[in-house]
Design a protein around this ligand. Structure first.
Ligand SMILES: Cc1ncc(COP(=O)(O)O)c(C=O)c1O
Ligand SMILES: N[C@@H](CCCC[NH3+])C(=O)O
Length: 423
């Protein structure tokens, strides 16, 4: 049991080990889930996401009157997740026409959607304005020109924010650091001043505030205050969006900041630097959904050479993060969860034709054998979202689990789906 206690920070809230020694998530036996829905598959404890969404809302409500929590939907864009978070009273950030389509399908009112993007197309801007999105977050001078034309053509007065790169980068992997001046995102401080001037003269765009997002998977909160200080040099606005970024635990040893501390840091900076009379938006993605989900694979092969290689039926097509960022995960067997963290050290290899397709390196696995069900926790954020069809692998299903019941919310792709776009 000690082993799963250590893993409680990475597993969905409410997970347990049942009398058979099997992992349970959302009250469902993981071995039964794999039997019923097949592998690989993403299994989501619905209540985990609800609890975290409520924690963000409550932490804000305790500290500030006028706020919204935006679901940064790039982290887990499927209609069931949009629906769940719309039910929890969140608003939504989308970064493309496709995410906008899903958010609307998932039940978000268009007025509660913010459109982001550093390279929005004309078609996406038209789609957003025609749908009636509440806010567009502007990212470049061309973005301003294009949106102004679209809004003017339609006689719409569109609320906008400007995305600013405050010159402060959150401490994280270089590929997910976004606050530095030399970034593809947003306006640097000098350009932001020009953009503000430009928007003050606009008849069709109504600048309501500033946005920043300084990086993702931040395990330290120290960069937020200097970033807010930088925003404050741009003038006084009614609305500020301080982005997402809160890190999560991927491995047993990790202790990310608590949601309350994260909100406290942002709200203290808001009150002390910008004032109390502001509307504040925050935009979490990963920290809402990452730990809600486990992926379950089936072990197909075991090979022993210099190392032990445990080959599973998925890989970089369902979890690109180890390949992109060298991300580290835990792994253990669903039917002997209490033995997590014990056994022979092995690499969990994906099935793709890439030497780097290794899901977890150097993890203790208890007597691995073909047919074992291998669990990797914390795959809810940027897992399904970045899934792909490399090597002709159909993308896995997403299964929601709650109170012992499980239901498919995204079905498994088929081989016919793979061929469907060929002409
Ligand atoms: C503009 C914007 N907002 C919010 C997020 C969500 O970030 P996270 O998943 O780190 O909370 C991102 C992604 O990093 C982003 O680019
Ligand atoms: N895809 C990244 C996060 C991207 C953040 C989006 N701005 C990850 O898995 O960590």
């Amino acid at each position: 049991m000690a082993a799963t206690q250590q893993l409680s920070n990475v597993l969905p809230l409410g997970s347990s080990i049942n009398d058979l020694g099997h992992l349970e998530i959302g009250g469902c036996d993981a071995v039964e889930l794999a039997r019923e829905f097949g592998t690989p598959a993403y299994f989501v404890a619905e209540d985990d996401i609800r609890t975290r969404a409520r924690a963000f809302v409550e932490a804000l409500r305790a500290r500030h009157d006028d706020f919204d929590v935006l679901f940064a939907s790039k982290a887990f864009p499927c209609t069931a997740v949009y629906r769940l978070l719309a039910e929890e009273g969140l608003v939504c950030d989308v970064a493309s026409g496709g995410e906008l389509h899903l958010a609307l399908r998932g039940g978000f009112d268009a007025s509660r959607i913010y459109l982001h993007g550093n390279a929005k197309s004309l078609a996406e801007l038209e789609q957003a304005i025609d749908a009636g999105v509440g806010h567009v977050v502007l990212d470049s001078f061309m973005d301003i020109d294009r949106l102004e034309r679209v809004a003017a053509d339609r006689g719409v007065h569109q609320a906008v924010l400007i995305r600013v790169t405050p010159g402060v980068a959150g401490r994280t992997h270089a590929k997910i650091s976004t606050g530095q001046a030399d970034s593809k995102f947003g306006f640097g401080l000098d350009d932001a001043r020009l953009a503000i001037e430009r928007l003050r003269r606009s008849n069709s765009l109504n600048l309501v505030g500033l946005h920043m997002h300084i990086g993702s998977q931040l395990l330290s909160l120290e960069a937020y205050r200097p970033a807010v200080e930088a925003l404050a040099t741009l003038g006084d606005f009614p609305t500020y969006n301080f982005g997402g970024g809160l890190g999560v635990a991927y491995t047993a040893g990790q202790q990310p900041p608590a949601i309350e501390d994260y909100i406290d840091t942002k709200i203290s900076a808001l009150h002390e630097i910008l004032g109390r009379d502001k509307r504040i938006l925050i935009e979490p993605g990963r920290s809402l959904v990452a730990n809600s989900t486990v992926t379950i694979y089936t072990v197909e092969t075991i090979k022993r050479n210099v190392s032990t290689w445990v080959g599973v039926d998925g890989g970089m097509s369902d979890n690109l993060r180890p390949m992109l960022y060298g991300s580290v995960y835990e792994a253990f067997f669903a039917d002997r969860a209490a033995l997590a963290g014990t056994g022979e050290r092995a690499h969990v290899a994906g099935k793709h034709c890439e030497s780097g397709d290794v899901i977890v390196r150097d993890v203790p696995l208890h007597e691995p054998k073909a047919g074992d069900l291998l669990v990797t926790p914390a795959t809810g954020a940027y897992g399904h979202a970045m899934a792909n069809n490399y090597n002709g692998i159909p993308r896995p299903p997403v299964i929601f689990c709650k109170d012992g019941d499980a239901r498919v919310v995204v079905r498994r792709e088929t081989y016919d789906d793979l061929a469907a776009r060929d002409v």
